[in-house]
Design a protein around this ligand. Sequence first.
Ligand code: CUA
Length: 325
Amino acid sequence: YLLRACMLAGLPAVLAACEGRQSALDAAGAAARDILVTGWALFVGGTVIFLAVMGLALYAALARPERFPGRLSWVVGGGLLFPVVTLTALQIHEFGLARRLAVLAPDPALVVEVTGVMWWWDVRYHADGADPVRGANEIVLPAGRPVELRVTSADVIHSFWVPSLAGKIDMIPGHVNRLPVVAERPGLYRGQCAEYCGAQHALMAFDVRVLPAGEFDAWLAARRRPPPEPATPELARGRDAFFAVGCHACHAVHGTAADGLVGPDLSGIGARPSLAAGTLPNRVETIAAWIQAAQHIKPESRMPSFDVMDGDTLHAMAAWLESLK
Ligand code: CUA
């Protein structure tokens, strides 16, 4: 009784936890829904078969053998025919599912290249034949439009997974895997590296922002323009400090002299929901904390801790970065 009461009390809470930004049980794309339906069918079917087998085993253990009629037909039917038919049907379904999930749009309006790097995500948008737009640790997508993701890795094997949108796919150095995605509705989703890739594997996440298609076009156009001049003397000081400290050697900010390729692109970083590949919420204070103590927050990442700057300079630099939207 106690166990059953706990299960009844706990189940809604467990299922409630399955909703949200990163959940295979909360599908926001056709591919994710296809996988979800298959998952439920396997779960329900497996549960029914498990209960039937346990019931029969119990019956066989308790009943005297002579009262268990047709033993041979049970063995042939339940032990041979049923599994062969069921597993063959499932296999055929899986072939169809795998094929459907891999169908690429012949001429996608948007191709997003995503490269896994220990431990962040380099993102490039190819659209309209124009120069690619670079970003990092966030993928912005238009709702309702077919997009092709081309994923690869710059170092070790990572795995790209946004459970709400599509299945998981490996990111392999020297090889490009292609994943078609259609996000059905605007929203904020979360992706996570799903292949152990070193010390900070757990802190290798990203946000997927799905915008209405028109807003996405405006966003992409804005990313092609240089950022506005700093609006206050503090922001100007922050920008100057960014270059004086040498951040631009590793990081790029489109439309400025910063064009480093080693670290994440920082263009429009102020609009991103999170920092350092899903590690921190994005605010002026957390940007400052990250710059000052990156090795404390994410040890072994390639971002050094810049802990010799005075507080005002640090804050100004963080405020300038946060103003890039
Ligand atoms: Cu990248 Cu785990």
